[in-house]
Design a protein around this ligand. Structure first.
Ligand SMILES: [Zn+2]
Length: 306
């Protein structure tokens, strides 16, 4: 069991971030910083709570989302580190990245979903040994008990192909390529068929956010949907200058059913996907300090860009 020194200056991540470890970190952060509110967005398929964090009371809503994909749990680490930094700088009354945080948080409400797919994260980190869906998951994983590369949720739906954009075209492509429920790329029976994606879509309809950033790994790229010149494209260019990542337009089946594409191309909400770090998923925990250092400025400044 993880044990964290509640007096530690900085969160110190020593192991891949399971749902239980994240929950423990969040309890410490919420206890330490009064400005942080932690609630539950929804329950996953296997009844893990999906935490929703809020910082600030402003009218403009900003939303950051991590870990759509199980093997990309490093994005949850990055977002917890960001929350910790924001809270500790605010508490010390210190500007960060040139921003006066009390002003930022009085004009914006920053919502953070650090781990949208907790079942997928735990499956990738711990395997299916304790899973209620163990037999089915091993079948869906081609008979293998190695779930390291698992991206989908507990029942084999890839949450980032489960939104209502290009869904029918994707279904055709899925049939042609014999994609079924499993580790990656299966889009589900219909858009928002999964409790995780449905809850996020409902949150977005309620908040009408000013901008949404979704963190994935890897590639050091920023996707903005399909439309050149859109608000998302301009946002991607600004984030590119802040991070050094290059912008990339979504193309082909990869663009169907994705959150950023749904927001940007269907709802006209400025949105970008940050493909954090570079290497092979799952990126090792040891990559996180350098990735965070490279993205810190973009994460802090993004809420002020719109
Ligand atoms: Zn991903």
């Amino acid at each position: 069991m993880l044990s964290i020194d509640p007096n530690a200056e900085l969160l110190d991540f020593c192991e891949p971030l399971t749902h239980a470890a994240m929950t423990e970190y969040l309890a410490i952060l919420a206890d330490r910083y009064g400005i942080l509110t932690v609630s539950t967005l929804a329950q996953s398929i296997l009844s893990r709570s999906i935490p929703l964090l809020r910082l600030g009371t402003g009218d403009k809503s900003i939303l950051y989302v991590g870990a759509h994909h199980g093997s990309e749990w490093l994005t949850s680490v990055l977002l917890l580190r960001f929350v910790n930094d924001l809270c500790s700088c605010h508490a010390a009354n210190k500007p960060s990245e040139g921003l006066l945080l009390s002003y930022l948080l009085s004009t914006r409400s920053i919502y953070i979903l650090p781990m949208l797919n907790p079942d997928g994260v735990d499956l990738s980190i711990n395997g299916a040994e304790d899973s209620l869906l163990r037999e089915r998951q091993i079948r869906q994983n081609g008979g293998s008990t190695d779930f390291t590369h698992w991206q989908a949720n507990a029942r084999g739906v890839d949450l980032n192909h489960n939104y209502n954009v290009g869904f029918l075209s994707y279904k055709k492509w899925e049939r042609e390529n014999a994609i079924t429920a499993g580790r990656t790329r299966y889009s589900g029976e219909c858009p928002e068929s999964e409790p995780e994606s449905a809850a996020l879509a409902a949150l977005i309809r309620t908040l009408s956010p000013t901008l949404v950033l979704t963190l994935h790994t890897q590639g050091e790229e920023i996707y903005y949907g399909k439309r050149e010149g859109s608000a998302s494209h301009k946002l991607a260019e600004q984030l590119s200058r802040l991070s050094g990542y290059r912008t990339a337009r979504a193309e082909g089946p990869a663009a169907y059913g994705g959150l950023t594409d749904w927001l940007s191309d269907e709802l006209d909400i400025p949105a970008c996907t940050l493909e954090c770090g570079i290497g092979e998923n799952p990126l090792p925990l040891s990559d996180y300090p350098a990735i965070y250092a490279g993205l810190r400025r973009a994460l802090f400044i993004a809420p002020t860009l719109l």
